[in-house]
Design a protein around this ligand. Structure first.
Ligand code: KG4
Ligand code: ZN
Length: 340
């Protein structure tokens, strides 16, 4: 194995067409993202077929741009990595097919990466000193997972959502108060103008599963509150609704995570996924971790949401442990963390 390992990584599991070149899992030489958000805004959410078509249109350009920006050629890569699940099957297939074609043409090894493993690994990029074991909370549009990272590539899921993902709740509530898609960043901004204590929304606990989450009751409570206001002819203070909803989500995420960190005696916590970009969530964890003397890590907002650099970071550790995928790699829309 040569000393420096460079990986071309591809991510297309949802509505971002992304490619990156990452050196030794921690140094990003390029990170190119074509976001389809503008396209899907019209429909209030991601339309899978439209996303697939756009990925096909953009993927070659995005890969070329990533190689160009890194100052490297495909021949100088040591491997090609690609997200193969979980995600939308059509979009995933575009990335997987492209990665397989590049490997077939060049003879480079192929590494299939789990999307959530990518989100978690985004933390390695800006925190050079972070190493397993640590506890991590993955909060994205499709996932809410509390995971122990035992070692590189070794994960133990100790809690997850029973219904909506945290990001999904943000998106649905944003839509209900007329903020549009994607709702997370909009609720984040609007909350700064509202009172988080104005409305008391419920904080759900899942019986007998202290580390599991449930957000569908909270979402219904917000919808009921909005309906109630409408029926009474009362004006809705959207900033107060956003801030109170956001606080309810954050309280639950922080409480469950800190309980787990305490019980397991893990001195390091990292957060990951699109919702980890939320400014109030970060602040809440900064305070909670300070109090408990736990080291807290989080990626920059641009590395929290979907990108290919995180896939390159995860792929490096897969590469180092000798794991390779065959050219029969397929997209697995409901791939579980830890499954291969
Ligand atoms: O990780 P991601 O880009 O895609 C998935 O793997 O799902 O996460 C997207 C989710 C969306 O639900 C979006 O609303 C949410 O992350 N999000 C945020 C923020 N930025 C993105 N949620 C709350 N606050 C934010 N600042
Ligand atoms: Zn994601």
């Amino acid at each position: 194995m040569s000393e420096t390992i460079r990986i071309l990584a591809i991510e297309s599991s949802c509505d971002e067409t992304a490619a990156a070149v990452v050196e030794n899992g921690r140094r990003v030489l390029s990170n190119v993202i074509f976001s389809q958000i503008e396209l899907h805004k019209l429909y209030g959410g991601v339309v899978p077929e439209i996303a697939s078509r756009k990925h096909i249109e953009k993927i070659s350009q995005v890969i070329e741009a990533a190689l160009d920006e890194s100052g490297m050629t495909l021949q100088q890569m040591d491997a090609v990595a690609v997200t193969y699940g979980p995600g939308l099957v059509g979009p995933l297939l575009v990335g997987v097919s492209m990665a397989k074609a590049l490997c077939f043409a060049t003879g480079l090894p192929l590494i299939g990466v789990h999307h959530i493993e990518g989100h978690i690994s985004a933390n390695y990029i800006e925190n050079q000193q972070l190493e397993p074991p640590f506890l991590t909370l993955v909060v994205s549009g499709g996932h809410t997972h509390l995971v122990i990272v035992r070692d590189y590539g070794v994960y133990e899921v100790i809690g997850q959502t029973r219904d909506d993902a945290a990001g999904e709740a943000f998106d649905k509530v944003a839509r209900a108060i007329g903020l549009g898609y994607p709702g997370g960043p909009k609720i984040d901004r609007l909350s700064a103008e509202g009172d988080p204590l104005a409305i008391r929304f419920p904080r759900a606990k899942v019986e007998d599963s202290p580390y599991d989450f449930s957000f569908s009751g909270l979402k219904s409570a917000v919808l009921n509150y909005l309906n109630g206001c409408e029926m009474k002819g009362e004006a809705v203070n959207r900033a107060d609704v956003a801030a109170s909803f956001q606080k309810a989500v954050i309280d639950v995420l922080v409480e469950h995570t800190m309980e787990a960190a305490d019980a397991l005696g893990l001195p390091r916590l990292a957060i990951a996924g699109g919702v980890a970009a939320n400014s109030s969530l970060r602040m809440a964890f900064v305070h909670a971790c300070e109090e408990k003397k736990i080291a807290f890590y989080h990626p920059s907002p641009s590395l929290c949401t979907d990108n290919a650099a995180m896939i390159g970071a995860a792929a490096y550790y897969e590469y180092r442990s000798g794991r390779r995928s065959g050219l029969d790699l397929n997209a697995v829309p409901n791939l579980k963390l830890g499954e291969r």
